[in-house]
Design a protein around this ligand. Sequence first.
Ligand SMILES: [Zn+2]
Ligand SMILES: [Zn+2]
Length: 100
Amino acid sequence: MKPEIDYRTQALKILPHVCTRCAREFAGKRLRELTVHHKDGNHDNNPPDGSNWELLCIYCHENEHARVEDSRAGGSREPTVTPATHRPLEGLDELLKRKK
Ligand SMILES: [Zn+2]
Ligand SMILES: [Zn+2]
């Protein structure tokens, strides 16, 4: 077994705590909602300079992958996403948008 690289810790260390997609900032407890996306889709490709990483909030991250799977049209995955119930922070999104 190869050693588990904690790339999330490393990514949070060198990248700004902002979702690349929706530009929301994450701090403190909410930092848990920020996840590391691998640009090339290869989770074993973890260059220490972060060139393969992108910080995405869990919602944008999900969208990102849903998009990729849609375009692949392989249909190997069961449809798990139910948009109506799956976005507890949708209201919050609206609030943040209005503030700007
Ligand atoms: Zn986001
Ligand atoms: Zn990802």
